[in-house]
Design a protein around this ligand. Structure first.
Ligand code: NAI
Length: 447
């Protein structure tokens, strides 16, 4: 059993802190955001993550999980300190390290006994060394020693608990064997593969892994765009490609581009890191630019239906960057809806969970509805942006009836072309042939 303080109680800090508690450690999760801590102390969960509320409640009840905004005290009480604060994108694309630096300073000021300081945040190569220097320079007592470890996080929002409890590997980069062994042992109950390496390589593994996954997404989106021009079906192409174990089928689903709190900022940060190191990472820059143009591919399909969408009423189904999360950070829906509103469309939006977060980021003109049916009613077209089960499983017959025109633009390839044809839609998806002749006996097409 270890006494662990996790600094930064966001998606990563809260989930990994709770999972470390679940495997028997005493965890203090702390944050500068006092409202967040007050919510957690009252049993409320500030984010949507399936299964998290129950697991937090269980570990709080069993006295293994605590929340505080008294960060200094929490540091003094623990032998392992995890840093899990945000590393958002700065204006020039690099990772903004201000929160990590601030935390390192605070740790130094409260370094009362030997501690292992573990970076879980995604940070540029060299950050472990930077944290070491800041802690050393701010130490209250120079005779107190510490070690720095990089233990990057690979969980995915939406399946974060399962990812954490069944992690495929723990990457541990350390300044000392002793610290690496302690962090490896901490992961023992999770029965996962342990990969021990140097600090710099551990930091790079996280960026390289995210950039590689982003590359797969941009690659298949580019193939999808080509499929549309040459008459192939990208869903067939990715299935056929994915059967090759050297390639694998994951992250090969064509769509509207990647979003979220990680891939966009991490690809930018890696490209920036490469620039700083004097390496022109053109491959990665292409991945980024392919991703930035992909939402406009969808918009073009919608625009082609009407000529322009001024005054058109468009239902947008799905706002979060992916299903099972309320995270709206860098969601492609932000770009798409912004553009629609700018061009004069009337947007009727629905998302099962993300509406409160979306309100803060989307233009004020957007109207929100509490069901698929309500959002599509009287719309000129329906645009699918997130493949929530509820949206991918929506009742096509009733949506068809409620829409003013049978236009469906599906950014996530939720439906088979056959079922779409049978329900009488004009349908554009990603990298597949369009269904252009709507069966019209029940609903005359007149636009
Ligand atoms: P987040 O924004 O949800 O949470 C960060 C938290 O840190 C916030 O609650 C903030 O108030 C707190 N914080 C900031 N400065 C602080 C300070 N000085 N002292 C105490 N708390 C402070 O961020 P998220 O998504 O949890 O990401 C954290 C890190 O993990 C980032 O580097 C991210 O790239 C990485 N990561 C995120 C994943 C994700 O799916 N969200 C997955 C894997 C890694």
């Amino acid at each position: 059993m270890h006494n662990i303080t996790v600094i930064g109680t966001g998606y990563v800090g809260l989930v990994s802190g709770t999972c470390f508690a679940e495997i028997g450690n005493r965890i203090i999760c702390c944050d500068v955001n006092k409202d967040k801590i007050a919510m957690l102390q009252n049993g409320e969960i500030p984010i949507y993550e399936p299964g998290l509320k129950e697991l937090v409640a269980k570990n709080v009840a069993e006295n293994r999980l605590f929340f505080t905004s008294e960060i200094g005290e929490a540091i003094e009480d623990s032998d392992i300190i995890y840093i899990a604060v945000g590393t958002p994108m700065a204006e020039n694309g690099e990772a903004d390290m201000r929160y990590v630096k601030e935390v390192a300073k605070t740790i130094g000021k409260h370094l009362n006994t030997y501690k292992i300081i573990v970076n879980k945040s995604t940070v540029p190569v060299g950050t472990g060394e930077l944290v070491r220097t800041i802690v050393a320079n701010n130490r209250i007592n120079e005779r107190v020693h510490f070690d720095v470890v990089s233990n990057p996080e690979f969980l995915r929002e939406g399946s974060a608990i399962a990812d954490c409890m069944n992690m495929e590997r723990a990457v541990i980069g350390a300044t000392s064997d002793k610290a690496a062994k302690v962090i490896a042992k901490l992961h023992e109950p999770l029965q996962t593969k342990i990969f021990i390496t140097d600090l710099q390589s551990a930091e790079m593994i996280k960026y390289a892994a995210n950039a590689f996954l982003a590359t797969k997404i941009s690659f298949i989106n580019a193939i999808a765009n080509l499929c549309e021009r040459v008459g192939a079906d990208v869903t067939q192409v990715s299935e056929g490609m994915g059967m090759d174990s050297r390639i694998g089928g994951k992250f090969l689903q064509a769509g509207i581009g990647y979003g979220g709190s990680c891939f966009p900022k991490d690809t930018f940060a890696l490209a920036h890191m490469a620039d700083q190191a004097g390496y022109d990472f053109t491959l990665l820059k292409s991945v980024i630019s392919t991703n930035e143009t992909q939402p406009y591919v969808m918009l073009k399909k919608l625009q082609d239906l009407f000529g322009d969408y001024a005054g058109r009423r468009i239902a947008v189904l799905g706002l979060a960057f992916k299903p099972n999360t309320d995270d709206m950070r860098c969601a492609p829906s932000l770009v798409i809806i912004d553009e629609l509103v700018k061009k004069g469309a009337i947007v009727q939006a629905y998302d099962p969970i993300a509406i409160p977060n979306a309100r803060a980021l989307l233009p004020a003109e957007v109207a929100y509805f509490d069901s698929v049916e309500a959002a599509v009613t009287d719309c000129d077209a329906c645009l699918i942006l997130t493949e929530w089960d509820e949206i991918a499983g929506m009742d096509l017959a009733s949506v068809r009836k409620l829409l003013k025109y049978p236009f469906l633009v599906d950014g996530r390839n939720c439906f088979s072309l056959q079922e779409i044809y049978e329900h009488g839609f004009v349908y554009h998806s990603v990298g597949r042939p369009a269904v252009l002749t709507a069966r019209s006996e029940s609903h005359p097409v007149n636009y």
